[in-house]
Design a protein. Structure first.
Length: 122
């Protein structure tokens, strides 16, 4: 069983199930916190609601943060990695081996936006 990033080869549904599970618990905690604040105890309910909102925020951030360019621009799925740097990106000296695919990746940087792209080395 693999716990690799979404969209990587060999990805199982476990990562998605964990993400959904955390989101469901977050929604339940948020709703329970609001209910507690309205009926019993405002400070106690606020802590539960904040915990639920934080869980939802983490799931949404993680989901958006690790999407590839094609999925951000075209929607749907986790997309395909860029094979060439987009206009405005500068090549850096930074490389690494993708732990999922074993490919050597080059980091490209956009100085105006601070965005980084990871493109397989030829």
């Amino acid at each position: 069983m693999s716990l690799s990033r979404p969209g990587a080869e060999g990805t199982t549904d476990l990562v998605g199930c964990v993400r959904v599970g955390i989101a469901v618990i977050g929604v339940i905690a948020l709703l329970a916190g609001v209910f507690i604040m309205l009926t019993v105890d405002i400070p106690g309910g606020a802590w539960v609601a904040v915990l639920g909102a934080a869980m939802l925020g983490v799931v949404l951030y993680e989901r958006m943060r690790y999407r590839t360019r094609s999925s951000r621009e075209g929607g749907g799925g986790s997309g395909v990695l860029d094979l060439e740097p987009p206009p405005g990106y500068e090549r850096t000296d930074e490389t690494f081996t993708d732990p999922t695919t074993g490919e050597r990746m080059r980091v490209w940087y956009h100085p105006a936006t601070g965005d980084r792209r990871y493109i397989p080395e030829p």
